[in-house]
Write a protein that binds this ligand. Sequence first.
Ligand SMILES: C[S@@+](CC[C@H](N)C(=O)[O-])C[C@H]1O[C@@H](n2cnc3c(N)ncnc32)[C@H](O)[C@@H]1O
Length: 478
Amino acid sequence: MAHFNQNFLDSIERDLPSHLSMEDFIAYSNKPLRLSIRVNTLKISSDNFIDLMTQKGWHFDPIPWCKDGFWVTLNQDIQLGNTIEHLQGLFYIQEASSMLPPTALFDVITNEGLQNASCDNIVLDMASAPGSKTTQIAALMHNQGLLVANEYSASRVKVLHANVARMGVANCALTHFDARVFGEYMFETFDSILLDAPCSGEGTIRKDPDALKNWDNNDAKGIVETQKALIESAFLALKVGGSLVYSTCALSRQENQDVCHHLRTLYGEAVEFVSLTELFPQAEKACTEEGFLHVWPQLYDSEGFFVAKIRKHVSVERQLPEPRKQKNFPFTPAKTKQVEELAQYFKESFSINLPEDAQVMVRDLEFWLFPTPVMPLIGKMRFQRIGIKLADALKKGYKVRHEAVLALSSPTRFELNDEQAKDFLMGRDISLQERVKPQGEVIVSYANNPLGVAKHLGNKLKNNLPRDLVKDKIALYQ
Ligand SMILES: C[S@@+](CC[C@H](N)C(=O)[O-])C[C@H]1O[C@@H](n2cnc3c(N)ncnc32)[C@H](O)[C@@H]1O
């Protein structure tokens, strides 16, 4: 049972539109959330995923605003986060309304052909961790272009990276800043920006019944100042003609509409509020007079959410001079011969063709694959991690990296059954029934999707899963 206090209820009553009732708001806030997931189309199509999981007792109901999002019901009690398919990155457990902001961001571009435009699209996700929307955006970009994913909290950057790697994202560069700096360091650089702002989180009451126990209107004041500073920074970092989506899981006007109006007050006609009335069937039920989506829990039986889309019409004045370029970047482009040798190794060992539209970079003995559009941004700000690490050079040959195998698709795999896949993810070696000729490094897979790399020794597969990914529990379907 959710814990509300009277201050909170009074504030909701003030902001709730007249066609919605307080009784419904309270009733839905007390209802458990429906389980929802998003299929990771970087690894599997939604149709194939549905086929695969229907056999395991899943039932799918489409989420109207996300073509790869589904409410799911399972016919057994299983910890989804510990299933093999989850660890393989075939899906992300994501609340349905949290799938709205990326859909809103890319809607227009999709209609006009994102596939063509995406090769040099540069997108910023300003507050990214744990990465549900980052990985959704990467899938919408088909792993092309550049996605800069920023997160201020150091511990959350680690979680963000783990999710980006698990989902096979290759077009991402991670940064770790207070996102107020983007307007200065990356002035008018990005085609699209998502600001999924830190907020008081009132919309998440269905996940956490205690979230609002000590709610106080004054708590939001500091957050609102941050939200205003962040939206200003986002607008400065946005190219002319570009789109910005501002979202929160807060319910009050203060943290939502007022923050968007603050931007319009500052920049006037340069700011267009783009109506989201037609984003999906029945979107108008949630639309405010400005065309923002204000999702109350009872509207679509989901968490509460707010989404505003803003387009930038004209250039605005820079507030601070461009900072000096930073030097001492530790990577250099690989030489042609190095690229050829590495490409040959990937081709011969795993039948993987290295993408030609990305840049192979070297740091000491490490080989990385950077998304090409990041190159002009290097030196403008410090990146925590760019693209994917491909391989380490050894005295003789290379050693492939786990994240490369998860991000680059390969037609040749060594298929494991349920128990073997479980053992592999628990860090164990796998004995083979018959002794055969050793095959060296092989990609092991489950349901035809990669799990990682093993060394085929003839009578067993030696486990090469990175230690930090080894699990002590794997959930198998009965
Ligand atoms: C609502 S959460 C983001 C959720 C994320 N977009 C997702 O979909 O998984 C807001 C995030 O903003 C981060 N944050 C807080 N203050 C920030 C700031 N000044 N700059 C950048 N990120 C910030 C928080 O640590 C938190 O991870």
